[in-house]
Design a protein around this ligand. Structure first.
Ligand code: NI
Length: 140
């Protein structure tokens, strides 16, 4: 389908619209349309992640103590082993003990999910999180 903007009417229960409007106000959306577009995009990205072969992107954040020598080595080892899906990684020395590492991944969703889970599950990681996002190709 080509570009352009299509306007369409949506019927919704009054209570649902009221809840939606509260959500819009809380999140600071400029309009219902923008909020709705975001919801649709979120579902499209979720669907990409449901397809194992779909190419997706993700960031993985890891906080750990660099004194845990084996952990630093292990995280590096894992990233080398999956160099084809690790796009980049950044290491920040938060203080004398703590490190924050952000790993950017790109590839088939099943492989990315396994790799992200594997990084988070490493012993010694204090806190970690994954942002599962899209390459943007199929989401306008
Ligand atoms: Ni460090």
């Amino acid at each position: 389908m080509g570009g352009g903007v299509i306007r369409f009417g949506v019927s919704m229960e009054a209570e649902l619209v009221e809840s939606f409007d509260r959500l819009i106000a809380e999140r600071g959306y400029p309009s219902r349309s923008e909020a709705l577009r975001d919801l649709v995009r979120r579902e499209l990205v979720r669907r990409e992640w449901d397809r194992p072969e779909a190419e997706v992107a993700a960031t993985v954040s890891l906080v750990y103590e660099h004194h845990e020598h084996h952990l630093q080595d292990l995280l590096t080892e894992i990233q080398h082993r999956h160099h084809e899906t690790v796009v980049s990684s950044t290491h920040v020395h938060l203080d004398a003990h703590n490190c924050l590492e952000v790993v950017i991944l790109r590839g088939p969703s099943d492989r990315i999910r396994k790799l992200a889970d594997g990084l988070l599950a490493c012993r010694g990681v204090k806190h970690g999180g994954v942002v599962a996002t899209t390459t943007g190709k199929n989401v306008t």
